[in-house]
Design a protein around this ligand. Sequence first.
Ligand SMILES: Nc1ncnc2c1ncn2[C@@H]1O[C@H](COP(=O)(O)OP(=O)(O)O)[C@@H](O)[C@H]1O
Ligand SMILES: [Mg+2]
Length: 434
Amino acid sequence: MQISKDAFKDPVEFAETFFKWKAHEGQKQILRSKAQFLTVAAGRRFGKSESMAVMALFEALRQPGKIIFIIAPTYDQSTVIFESVLRFLGRSPFNKLVNRVKYSPYPLLQFVHESEIHARSSDKPNNLRGRKAHLVILDEAAFVKDSAVYDVIEPMLADYNGRLIKISTPYGKNHFYDSFMKGLEGVRGYESFRFPSWMNPYISREFLELKKLEYGETSLRWRVEYEAEFVDDQNVVFPWNIIEGVVEDYSLPIRPKQGHLYSMGVDVAKYQDFTVIVVMDMTEKPYRMVYFERFNQKSWQYVVNRIETIYKRYQPKGYIDVTGVGDPIFEALKSRGVYLEPFKFTAQTKQELIDNLRAKMEMQEIVVPMLRELIDELRFFEYKMTEGGYMKMEARTGYHDDTVIALALAAYTKPATVATSRIVLPAGKYDWLI
Ligand SMILES: Nc1ncnc2c1ncn2[C@@H]1O[C@H](COP(=O)(O)OP(=O)(O)O)[C@@H](O)[C@H]1O
Ligand SMILES: [Mg+2]
């Protein structure tokens, strides 16, 4: 293979020539930045992950012995870029330079010229400690905990005076916001960009219009997720520093365990929204979410069947919100031996329920997985007060809080009630479960 040094002058041309990938205007600016600390706040579907795959490859191929880490809040997210890297390579002449690709214990691509591209989750930062990197790409950076960035990721750059690229939809006043501001203030070595989603000409305008309509143009969610604004909203119930303290990167479901105690929260769909079933392991603190299910547009028989199935599996105590759907679902469940307490929503009980969830989260008494639907509903859950000083029961147009409610109901269940119902699993193997 004869490739001249000139091929590596410009990452934009490089990607066009070898991967047949044309960066759009926003991506060109990112790829051509020379800043050591590059921070990009961009909307959903802007093309963040794809441009980072190009960036990783450009760096890895440009010179021998380059060590690149792609780090994201979850393992799954980090593999998204890793997969794009492999896809781009597969259609290029550089495929011949691959020495090996492995996935265990972590994704790693090694080239014959000794450059390496690693993919990692930021959730267990200890296994990154002591690694050296020329380039670290932090995808969905706003969702990576401050402690991981400051204690582990930044020190990785020390040996080679490496580069750190943070790219994300904006959120919270955390390390991501700090680097973003440094770029704006012109601190040496820092550069920042902000791009709304619609800068990506490759995604459909109809999709964006639909989302704008669904969330509302002035909604927190639209402005943060698609306009990529850093919004300082006083009305959110669960600020990022609270959510950050309770999320971990793990997969669901976790099967029922002999002798464990479980609680369950169910929010039943009314109109357009979702039915959500949450189960938590209450055996010891912190109480860990072990099961999550969310679906819509199903018959009520289906809803009853799913609740019954999960109930029989974990034998929990808990609550079901039957407000608005009336008694038929509740009665049907009872006749099948599903004894969940009905929870009646009023402005007052809703406030109590949400306050309890927030308090448990602040004290880190619960742990939840990094599920996008769950995290997003928590992040965008807003306070609106009634004149009486209670939380308003909002009309739920295009905005869902079913997941928050189901989680809150599971967390509302008192450990003392649960304690009477230690699970007794049938003898034998449990392969029939889940
Ligand atoms: N330069 C490009 N050329 C063609 N398609 C692109 C380009 N950049 C992004 N896309 C497409 O746009 C969509 C969103 O890209 P992605 O990188 O996943 O966005 P993000 O990580 O910002 O959510 C994907 O379908 C991707 O293939
Ligand atoms: Mg992405």
